[in-house]
Design a protein around this ligand. Structure first.
Ligand code: BTN
Length: 516
């Protein structure tokens, strides 16, 4: 008789993460099995439930004799959300994959994204995971995303899903960026009603994603169906795992057709931007501080782009202004600029100046697949870095959620001005999603480094390279000369004392696997 733990006939949505993994591969072996060391201190401090695996199971198994590394999120624990430990287990697994070269890395996404109770560490964990997944792919190892849980895959995990080589979903599952609660808390229930299941499925459900071409297979709900598609997918992507320029160009054209079909703009504004037109905009001060002359800039109310000189060096520039809100159009337009720079000026460094109020909270954005557009932008930035094009980011005002993960946090180095702020989401939405009172959220936002939007907390956690009082050409050129190699954010968080567990846990994954 098949034990319950390895029964592929089980319904994927109702099965636990360990049941899903045991049914998906042979001889699943868990790395970093449950222990009190994985209890989240932040959840403990808030008096919330704890899990001895922090809501994610990682390990290895075999399929047709091939070694696979796998991770399964537990949507039943804190919505499968990614906190410091949860994220570090996934990061450690990616690093282990780079070292051991399995036939594929298989992620079973079941998550609302950033764990809001660990907002700052969760946001950084997603940024690290997004980059790590692309590094696994760059090493020639396919990354496959399987979505069949009750939670679906949302927020930052929606970005991670779209950074994989392929996504498969069962018909019950959902994939998106902002869920109905988040959108309704910002725009009202008339925009998106959390009680309207039919509307939710039509907006983010697997059938809609399949019809749009966002996923490669639509499956029935049993674990066996997921198992059955893996060999062909592994084979299909084993010689085409890495991100390439032609893939990014194809994706860009595919998304352009989607924008055109929705009658949305795929045009970059050609209106010239001068000191006069930018008057009273904080962006102007930043530009004047770093570059005395020789600007060739165009743009509109949200996006300025072009080229300028910093000391003797010519730079490409992409600047978000006036708390720009990133929806599908703006994400696509920014990706167009990055691709253009990679193709036409690869020797020039790229400067990203960031002021964003986050992702656009609208139902239509979800229909059109906002996380796919934002992941495309992130992938184009990764492509630039892979092409040895230096990418520097400076947050000069606001930065929120997926919008900073897909932009500044994809740069080689990310700096911030003293007065800048980085948030995961607005306090009212945070309260409505977590069930905390708005007063409690405000108190935490004032006092708790895990929540507070001050950039000093992100510096202490390793997410910001340095905080500048004023940008100067000297600082920018020194940053360029000091271009970072592999992602050291977790290590910096440990060294600076603001985020100790991420590096410990990622290292523990590597060393515990060696002992097995
Ligand atoms: O589970 C859902 O239905 C929706 C989850 C919404 C996730 C929000 S969107 C902004 C923030 N970033 C994340 O990664 N998660 C939250």
């Amino acid at each position: 008789m098949t034990s319950r733990l390895s029964n592929p006939a089980l319904n994927f949505a109702n099965a636990s993460p360990r049941e899903r993994l045991a049914g998906l591969v042979d001889a699943f072996c868990e790395i970093l099995p449950p222990s009190e060391l994985q209890h989240s201190p932040q959840l403990q401090a808030l008096g919330l439930p704890l899990a001895a695996d922090d809501g994610v199971v990682i390990g290895s198994g075999y399929l047709n004799g091939q070694l696979l590394y796998l991770a399964a999120q537990d949507g039943r624990f804190m919505g499968g959300s990614v906190g410091e430990i949860h994220g570090a287990k996934l990061l450690g697994l990616c690093r282990l994959a780079l070292q051991d070269r399995p036939a594929a890395l298989v992620l079973l996404g079941d998550s609302g994204g950033v764990r809001l109770q660990e907002a700052n560490a969760g946001l950084l964990a997603i940024a690290e995971l997004l980059r790590a997944v692309l590094e696994v792919r760059a090493a020639g190892i396919p990354v496959l995303m399987l979505i069949g849980g009750q939670r679906g895959c949302f927020g930052g995990m929606g970005l991670v899903a779209h950074s994989a080589n392929a996504i498969v979903m069962s018909a019950n599952a959902r994939l998106g960026m902002s869920g109905p609660e988040v959108i309704a808390s910002a725009c009202g229930r008339a925009e998106y009603d959390p009680a309207d299941q039919a509307q939710i499925m039509a907006t983010t459900g697997a059938q809609h994603r399949w019809e749009q071409g966002d996923i490669v297979q639509l499956l029935s709900a049993d674990i066996a169906s997921f198992r059955a598609v893996l060999p062909e997918l592994i084979q299909r992507y084993s010689s085409a795992a890495a991100l390439t320029l032609s893939q990014c160009v194809d994706e860009h054209q595919f998304l352009q057709r989607r924008l055109q079909a929705a009658l949305l703009s795929d045009q970059l504004t050609a209106t010239s931007c001068t000191a006069q037109t930018l008057q009273d905009d904080p962006l102007l001060q930043v530009l004047m501080n770093v570059s005395a002359s020789d600007w060739k800039l165009q743009g509109d109310a949200q996006l300025v782009h072009g080229e300028l000189s910093i000391a003797a060096q010519r730079w490409s520039l992409i600047a978000l202004r006036q708390h720009a809100v990133i929806g599908v159009e703006l994400a696509w337009q920014m990706a167009a600029l990055v691709l253009q720079a990679v193709q036409q000026q690869p020797q020039r460094p790229l400067l990203l100046l960031i002021d964003t109020a986050g992702q656009r909270l609208r139902r239509q954005e979800e229909m059109l697949g906002l996380p796919r557009f934002m992941a495309h932008l992130a992938k184009c930035l990764q492509l630039a870095r892979m092409a040895e094009m230096p990418v520097l980011a400076l947050i000069y005002d606001q930065a929120l959620s997926g919008a900073i993960v897909a932009t500044g946090m994809m740069a080689d180095q990310c700096y911030a001005l003293e007065a800048a702020q980085i948030h995961v989401m607005a306090a009212s939405a945070m309260a409505s999603i977590t069930g905390m009172s708005e007063d409690k959220v405000h108190t935490l936002n004032q006092s708790d480094p895990g929540f507070a939007p001050g950039v000093e907390h992100y510096w202490a956690m390793g997410g910001i390279d340095a905080i500048w009082s004023q940008p100067t050409p000297e600082l920018i050129l020194a940053a360029l000369a000091n271009r970072a190699g592999p992602d050291r954010r977790a290590l910096l968080g440990l060294q600076r004392g603001g985020r100790r567990l991420a590096q410990y846990i990622a290292d523990a994954v590597l060393s515990s696997a060696k002992r097995n």
